[in-house]
Design a protein around this ligand. Structure first.
Ligand code: PMP
Length: 322
C-alpha cells in the first residue's frame, strides 16, 4: 500500500512475490527509516486459518511509526492487508504440527530524498512465507550469551520500536553469541549495565519457587505480544507477575539459592522456550542439558493450544483469516 503526504494511504494491491524497485536515493537506504512486524497464521484441524492477536501487531506498528516519523497505518487497513494476502495464499499455510505461515508486514521510506527529514513517500508491504516447526525434534532449551560490551538500545532511543536499526545493532553481539556456542544474545541496560533487558529476538521471564514471576519492565525493550499474552495466562492461573527492574546479580543469586526455579524466553518464532544456560565472560548459570521447567512447558502448551485451536480461546486472541 503506497502512502504520500498528499494522498495518504491509497491503491492497495496484491502482487506476485518479486523484487522491489527503489530509487538509489530512497531515504530508507540511507537513514533506516523503516519499521516491521512479525506474526503467524495457523492452520486448524478443520482447515480454517487464524492469526494470533493481529490487532496487537497493528497497534505496535503504529507506535513504531510514531517513533520513526512514519505515517500510521489504520488498524483496519493492516488487518485487511493480512486477510487479503492469506486468503489468496491459503494453500501455503502448512498443515504439519507446529508449522505456520509467517507474515512479515513492513513499512519503508521510499521517497528519493537525501536530506535528513521524514520521507513524504512511504510504502507498506506484507510478505508471507511458510515456516517449519521451530523445534522439529522436541523442545530444546536455549543457551544465551551475556553481551557485556554492546547495547541494543538506550533511554530515549528506539528500543521499544520494531525497527531495523535495533537489529543492525544486535548483529555483532549475536555473532559473538554464536562464537560462544550460544543461540541468543542477552542485552543489559546501556547505562548501568546491570539490568536484564531482553534477548536478540525474545523477551525473558523468571519463575520463583513461591510461584511469583518476574519479567523486565517496558521502556527500552520491545513490548512482545507473546510477553503480554504470557503475563495474562500466568495471572489467570493465580501467579503474581512483577514487571520491574531485574538485575543479572539477582538472577545469579536466585539460581544459586534455589529461589529461581525456571527461566524462559518468549517470542512469535519459538513461542516459549526454556533457558537452559546463561554464559558470561566469567560465570555461567544453568546447564545445557537442564530439564525444561514445568510451568514453562505448561504455559507453552496452553499458548500453542490456543494458537492451533486445540484449547478454547477465552481472551478473543484468535482472528479468522480464511
Ligand atoms: N524482543 C525482540 C528484540 C524481538 O525481536 C522479538 C520478536 N518480535 C521479541 C522481543 C518478542 O516479541 P513478539 O512476542 O511480539 O514476537
Amino acid at each position: 500500500i503506497p502512502w504520500s503526504a498528499q494522498q495518504g494511504w491509497h491503491d492497495a494491491v496484491v502482487k506476485p512475490y518479486g523484487p522491489l524497485q527503489l530509487d538509489p536515493a530512497a531515504s530508507v537506504l540511507h537513514y533506516a527509516q523503516e519499521i516491521f512486524e512479525g506474526l503467524k497464521a495457523y492452520r486448524w484441524a478443520d482447515g480454517s486459518v487464524w492469526a494470533f492477536r493481529p490487532e496487537a501487531n497493528a497497534e505496535r506498528l503504529q507506535r513504531s511509526a510514531r517513533r520513526l516519523s512514519l505515517p500510521e497505518l489504520p488498524e483496519a487497513d493492516f488487518l485487511s492487508a493480512i486477510e487479503h494476502l492469506v486468503k489468496i495464499d491459503q494453500e501455503w499455510v502448512p498443515t504439519a504440527p507446529e508449522t505456520s505461515l509467517y507474515l512479515r508486514p513492513f513499512m519503508i521510506a521510499s521517497e528519493a530524498f537525501l536530506g535528513v527529514r521524514p520521507a513524504q513517500g512511504v510504502d507498506f508491504h506484507v510478505i508471507a512465507s511458510p515456516a517449519g516447526a521451530y523445534f522439529p525434534g522436541g523442545i530444546e532449551p536455549v543457551s544465551i550469551w551475556l553481551s557485556e560490551d554492546w547495547s541494543r538500545a538506550g533511554r530515549g532511543g528506539m528500543g521499544a520500536a520494531k525497527t531495523g536499526g535495533n537489529y543492525a545493532a544486535s548483529l555483532l553481539p549475536q555473532a559473538e553469541a554464536y562464537e560462544q556456542g550460544c543461540q541468543q544474545v542477552l542485552f543489559l541496560d546501556s547505562e548501568e549495565r546491570t539490568w536484564v533487558e531482553e534477548l536478540g529476538g525474545m523477551n525473558v521471564f523468571f519463575v520463583y519457587r513461591d510461584g511469583r514471576i518476574v519479567t523486565p519492565a517496558l521502556g527500552t525493550i520491545l513490548e512482545g505480544i507473546t510477553r503480554s499474552s504470557v503475563i495474562r495466562l500466568a495471572e489467570q492461573r493465580g501467579h503474581g507477575v512483577e514487571e520491574r527492574r531485574f538485575s543479572i546479580a539477582e538472577w545469579r543469586e536466585g539460581v544459586e539459592s534455589g529461589e529461581i526455579v525456571e527461566a524462559f524466553a518468549c517470542g512469535t518464532a519459538a513461542v516459549i522456550t526454556p533457558i537452559g544456560r546463561l554464559k558470561a565472560r566469567d560465570f555461567e548459570i544453568g546447564a545445557p542439558d537442564a530439564e525444561p521447567g514445568a510451568l514453562t512447558m505448561s504455559l507453552r502448551d496452553e499458548l500453542t493450544g490456543i494458537q492451533y485451536g486445540r484449547v478454547e480461546d477465552h481472551h478473543g486472541w484468535m482472528r479468522r483469516l480464511a
